[in-house]
Design a protein around this ligand. Structure first.
Ligand code: SF4
Length: 375
């Protein structure tokens, strides 16, 4: 059966934020036309002549809403000419608050987009400035209000663990986000990637990571505040009102297959994982020369695949269901991971449920350590 999900990577941003390690090219809007042509060509490699039907479609970036309205419309047309959507499909687009003119909001909604994931990050001016974001906290409420005209499914992204961000400031951002009544909120701890401006500033001593205990308190605060506001903590970084979890990301976490197109895009098809070349210029050049954009490919051995399902499943609030795991991987959960399960249950980081295993609240703070035991 062909995948029922697809990801499109749109690698353009006005400016590269200091902490960002994503695949993108900033300040090169002159390349958007070439990107659209190359994307069309990459999508022509789908063997089926007829458009394929999807249950979830996700545009990520970069900033998918950065291209001007006419090029955004063309982008949507290219993708929709290859993929149709089921009547209840989820079609998500990541968006930057300042891009969202009324015209772009209409372009998105008219093309069938029904979920917007807004890169808010913070409501504190000091944090937004440090993160080099181009919007102010005052812009966010106005944008959400204008989006509501066409969208009834919205997610806000927030970042914690930012230098100088106090617990009170983080609480205020969480509460301001909740007050806007989104259906979904993602909270990410800031990561320090080498090669980014933040990584360099960390090495030079110009920036310092916040205290580990404070970061833990910030994550705990997010869990408490969002639970009190009616959000379900359905994945390590994701919280949703009932019925509004991100179905596209659920397909990744459930280990289903998916298409992916664009620079740096990673797909999983026919038991094979492939990742496109990350360089935007490299991706464009390869496609223009008629070459494959794939930079890495790997056939997953059954046990590797099973361990990947463990890794993905442990991130989910519901954890791993024993019989579902056996059905998908062919492995018995307790035989494959007996030692890791027993050690982490003893530590209080993992618990047995009636049907499987999941992280405890304490385990969610050290998820990376628990997951490492399963790999
Ligand atoms: S807007 Fe998002 S994708 Fe673009 S540079 Fe900033 S963090 Fe990265």
């Amino acid at each position: 059966m062909l995948p029922r999900s697809a990801y499109i990577h749109v690698p353009f941003c006005r400016h590269r934020c200091g902490y960002c390690d994503f695949t993108l090219i900033a300040g090169r809007d002159d390349l958007i036309g070439d990107y659209l042509q190359a994307l069309r060509r990459e999508m022509e490699t789908i063997a089926s002549p007829a458009p394929l039907e999807l249950e979830t479609l996700f545009f990520g970036g970069g900033t998918p809403t950065h291209p001007p309205s006419d090029q955004l419309r063309t982008l949507l047309q290219i993708v929709r000419s290859r993929f149709t959507l089921t009547s209840d499909a989820e079609f998500s687009v990541e968006a930057n608050p300042l891009d969202l003119t009324d015209e772009k909001i209409d372009v998105l909604a008219d093309a069938g987009v029904n979920r917007i994931s807004l890169g808010v990050q913070s409501f504190a001016s000091q944090t937004l400035t440090l993160l080099e974001r181009d919007h102010t906290s005052g812009d966010i409420g106005a944008v959400v209000k204008r989006l509501r005209r066409r969208f009834d499914n919205m997610s806000l992204d927030l970042i914690f663990g930012v230098p100088g961000q106090s617990l009170d400031s983080w609480r205020d951002s969480l509460r301001q986000a909740i007050a806007l009544e989104p259906e979904h909120i993602s909270t990410y701890g800031l990561t320090w990637e080498s090669g980014t401006a933040f990584g360099t500033r960390l090495d030079r001593g110009e920036l310092a990571a916040i205290d580990e205990e404070l970061e833990r308190e910030q994550y705990a605060l997010a869990m408490n505040e969002l639970a009190a506001a009616g959000f379900e903590h359905y994945e390590i970084s994701n919280f949703a009102k009932p019925g509004f979890s991100c179905r596209h990301n659920e397909t990744y976490w459930a280990g289903h297959e998916y298409w992916a197109f664009g620079p740096g895009a990673a797909r999983y098809l026919g038991g094979r994982r492939e990742t496109n070349i990350r360089s935007v210029l490299g991706w464009l050049a390869r496609i223009e020369r008629g070459e494959s954009p794939v930079a890495e490919a790997e056939e997953l051995e059954p046990e590797h695949r099973a361990r990947e399902l463990l890794f993905l499943g442990l991130r989910r609030g519901d954890g791993i269901d024993r019989s579902e795991f056996q059905r998908l991987s062919g492995f018995n959960l307790d035989e494959l991971a007996k030692q890791a399960i027993s050690v982490n249950v003893d530590r209080g980081w993992l618990e047995n449920t009636t049907s499987g295993i999941r992280l405890t609240r304490e385990g969610q703070f050290v998820a990376d350590r628990v997951i490492a035991d399963f790999l």
